[in-house]
Design a protein around this ligand. Structure first.
Ligand code: M6R
Length: 590
C-alpha cells in the first residue's frame, strides 16, 4: 500500500503536500517529504496524518524538487522512525517506497557497517544506492534495481542530479508531464491534478524524470518505448465537509442511474455470440466489498445461467488451482483498479488463456491495463475506506453483464431482459425511500452499538448481503461481526447467542421468509436482539422495512440499510468513520 509522489517544478513542497492529501486513502499512519535544496536534501516526517505533516513543513522554504510518502505500515511499527523518506547514510540519496522488498533481510546482511535507523524493508534501498554510487546516479539506480525482489514503486532523489529516478515492479507508478513540471505518482487520479499527459510505467522499469521529459529503461539500462495518453480529470473532493461515507451512501440513487446509462451507452459485452456460447465457466474475482458484489451477482446469475458462475476471492484464486482455459471468462471487480491481489489474478487468467474484463470505477488504473476489456461502473470517486456506492454500482453492472450473457446464450428471454432494465431504472427511487428514512437506522444503531458481537444472517441471495453488511460494520465500528447462511447458525454459532449479541436477519425472498422466521425465533429465544431487514414484519424483531423488489435486483437496494447501520453505529461510538484504524482504501500489496 502507501502512496508515493515526486515532482520537479515550482512549489514542490506545497504541491507534494497537496498530492499526499489525495493519496492519503492508500495509507495514513505516517507521512513525509524530502526536499532537495542547494546541494542537500531536507527530510520532514512524522507519525500521523498528512495534516500533522503539514504543520511540520509549514513555513519551510520552497524548492523545485521533492518526493513524498504516505504510509500504511507493513514492516515496522507505526512511528516517525519508520516513516519515509529514508536518507542514505552519506545524505546523497533520499527514497520513498510503496510495496515490499521481499529480500530485504539478505540485502541488509550485505551492508554490515550500516546502522539502520528503522525497522523497515525500504530503508535498505537508500543505503544500497549510496554503496553502488560511483559518480553516476542512474547507474547506481539500475544496479540496485537488479538486486531487488518483490513489489516496489520507489522514488529517488540524489543531491548530485536535477533528476528524480523511480524503480517499478508490481506496484503502480504513473508518470506525468505538463507545462508546470514533471511528476510521478502512485495513481492516475492524483497525478491528473498536475498533468494530463501521463504514462503508466511497465513492470521492471527504471524511470529518469527531468523537468521536461521522462525516459524509461529496463533494469539493464536499455531504453523502453512507453506510450503517453491523456488522462481524464477526476472529481476532487478533498475539501468536502462531513463524512465521505455518508455522502457516498447518499449518492447511490444518482450513481445507479449513471451506471445504468453508462452501461447502455457502452460497448457492454464485447464477446461475439459464438464465444459466449462456447463459455464453460465465469469467474467473479475481487476482494472485500468487490468480492461480495461478485458473490451477490453469482447468486443472481444462478437464476438464469446454464454454466458455472463462480465467485472467488482474488488472493485465493492466486494460490489455488482454479481451472482456466480459453472458454473461461473472468470479471475482475475492483473499485480502485489497484488492488494487488485482483491485478495479479487478472494476470493469471490471461496467462492461462482466459478472457478478462475489468469491472472498475477507475479508468486507466493498473487493472485496466492488464485486462482485455474494461467496463466502467460510473460510481464516481470513493474516498471513504468503507466502500458503499461502488458496491451498488458493481452489482448493477455485473447484473447487466450476466444478463447479456444469459440472453446471448438463449436462456434469458428478450421480454425478461427488458423488464430487468425497467426494474433497474426504478431502483434509485427505492434507495431514496430508504435514505429519506435514515434516522430510523440511526435509532437501530443505538441498539447494537454496545453489543459484544453482531451476526448477519440470510439465505441464498440474501447471504451475500449479510456478508457485506457484516464487513461494513466490523471495519468501521470495530465490533466483532460475522455473516452466515441462516440455516448454518444451529451448527455451532448458536452457542454464542446471549443478550449482549445482536443478529441482523436479511429476508427479501417471500418463499424463504418462514424459514428465516424460524431462525429469528431460535436466536431471540436465546436472548439475542434481532433486527429483521425485510419487506415483511417478523415477531421478536426490530423491523427495518425494505421495498418488495424482484430477486434479481433486490440486493442492490437491501444493502443500503446495512451500510447506514454500520455508519451510524461507528459514528455513535466516536470512530473515525472515513479512515478506520489499520486499514487503507486501496490494498496494493499482496
Ligand atoms: O478497490 P477494490 O474494490 O479492489 O478494493 C477491494 C477491497 O479492499 C475493499 O472493498 C475493502 O474491502 C473495503 N474497505 C470494504 O469496505
Amino acid at each position: 500500500m502507501c502512496g508515493i509522489f515526486g515532482m520537479i517544478g515550482k512549489n514542490a513542497v506545497g504541491n507534494t503536500l497537496t498530492a499526499l492529501k489525495l493519496l492519503e486513502y492508500r495509507g495514513y499512519d505516517s507521512a513525509g517529504i524530502a526536499a532537495k535544496r542547494n546541494g542537500h536534501i531536507d527530510v520532514y516526517k512524522t507519525e500521523g496524518r498528512i495534516a500533522a505533516l503539514a504543520k511540520i513543513v509549514q513555513g519551510a522554504e520552497e524548492t523545485d524538487m521533492a518526493i513524498g510518502h504516505t504510509r500504511w505500515a507493513t514492516h515496522g511499527a507505526v512511528c516517525t522512525q519508520n516513516a519515509h523518506p529514508f536518507l542514505s547514510r552519506d545524505g546523497r540519496f533520499a527514497i520513498v517506497h510503496n510495496g515490499i522488498i521481499e529480500n530485504y533481510k539478505q540485502l541488509k546482511q550485505t551492508l554490515p557497517s550500516v546502522d539502520f535507523g528503522s525497522q523497515t524493508d525500504s530503508e535498505t534501498v537508500a543505503h544500497l544506492l549510496a554503496r553502488e554510487y560511483r559518480g553516476d546516479a542512474l547507474q547506481a539506480v539500475l544496479t540496485v534495481a537488479r538486486l531487488l525482489k518483490g513489489s516496489f514503486a520507489i522514488a529517488i532523489v540524489c543531491v548530485e542530479t536535477r533528476t528524480i529516478y523511480a524503480v517499478k515492479n508490481k506496484s503502480p507508478l504513473v508518470v506525468g508531464l505538463s507545462e508546470s513540471g514533471a511528476y510521478l505518482c502512485s495513481d492516475v487520479r492524483c497525478i491528473s491534478r498536475f498533468a494530463q499527459r501521463v504514462a503508466v510505467a511497465p513492470d521492471n522499469t527504471v524511470v529518469e524524470l527531468s523537468a521536461r521529459e521522462a525516459k524509461f529503461y529496463d533494469f539493464f539500462g536499455k531504453e523502453k518505448e512507453t506510450d503517453f495518453f491523456t488522462a481524464d480529470r477526476f472529481d476532487e473532493a478533498e475539501n468536502a465537509e462531513g463524512d465521505f461515507m455518508l455522502k457516498e451512501i447518499f449518492e447511490i440513487p444518482e450513481k445507479l442511474l449513471c451506471a445504468l446509462d453508462g452501461y447502455k451507452q457502452s460497448d457492454g459485452l464485447q464477446l461475439g455470440r459464438f464465444t459466449v456460447n462456447a463459455l464453460k465457466r465465469i469467474y467473479l474475482i475481487g476482494c472485500g466489498t468487490a468480492y461480495n458484489s461478485g458473490l451477490q451477482a453469482a447468486a443472481v446469475a444462478r437464476k438464469w445461467l446454464d454454466l458455472d458462475v463462480l465467485p472467488v476471492i482474488a488472493s485465493e484464486f492466486l494460490y489455488d488451482n482454479y481451472p482456466v482455459d480459453d472458454n473461461t471468462l473472468a470479471f475482475l471487480i475492483s473499485q480502485s483498479g489497484e488492488t494487488a491481489d485482483t491485478v495479479r489474478a487478472a494476470e493469471r487468467v490471461r496467462e492461462r488463456g482466459g478472457k478478462t474484463y475489468a469491472v472498475t470505477n477507475t479508468r486507466s488504473s493498473s487493472l485496466t491495463f492488464v485486462c482485455e476489456h474494461t467496463v466502467n461502473i460510473f460510481a464516481g470517486s470513493e474516498y471513504a475506506v468503507a466502500s458503499t456506492k461502488a458496491y451498488n454500482c458493481q452489482l448493477e453492472v455485473l447484473t447487466l453483464l450476466l444478463a447479456d450473457i444469459a440472453f446471448a446464450r438463449g436462456v434469458l428471454s428478450q421480454s425478461r431482459r427488458s423488464e430487468l432494465l425497467d426494474e433497474l431504472a426504478a431502483l434509485p427511487d427505492a434507495v431514496q425511500g430508504i435514505l429519506d428514512d435514515c434516522s430510523s437506522l440511526a435509532r437501530v444503531a443505538e441498539q447494537i452499538k454496545n453489543c459484544s458481537a453482531v451476526f448477519y444472517i440470510g439465505r441464498t441471495a440474501d447471504y451475500p448481503i449479510a456478508c457485506e453488511g457484516s464487513l461494513k460494520l466490523k471495519e468501521i465500528s470495530y465490533i466483532h461481526s460475522e455473516a452466515y447462511p441462516a440455516g448454518e447458525l444451529k451448527h455451532g454459532t448458536l452457542a454464542l447467542m446471549e443478550p449482549t449479541v445482536a443478529v441482523v436477519a436479511i429476508s427479501t425472498q417471500s418463499e424463504l421468509a418462514d424459514k428465516t422466521a424460524s431462525s429469528v425465533i431460535e436466536v431471540a429465544s436465546r436472548g439475542a436482539k434481532v433486527i429483521a431487514v425485510s419487506p415483511r414484519l417478523f415477531d421478536n424483531a426490530l423491523s427495518v422495512k425494505l421495498p418488495r423488489l424482484s430477486p434479481e435486483t433486490s440486493g442492490i437496494v437491501s444493502v443500503v440499510p446495512l451500510q447506514l447501520l454500520a455508519y451510524y453505529t461507528a459514528k455513535s461510538l466516536g470512530r473515525d468513520v472515513d479512515k478506520p484504524r489499520h486499514l487503507a482504501k486501496s490494498v496494493t500489496v499482496e
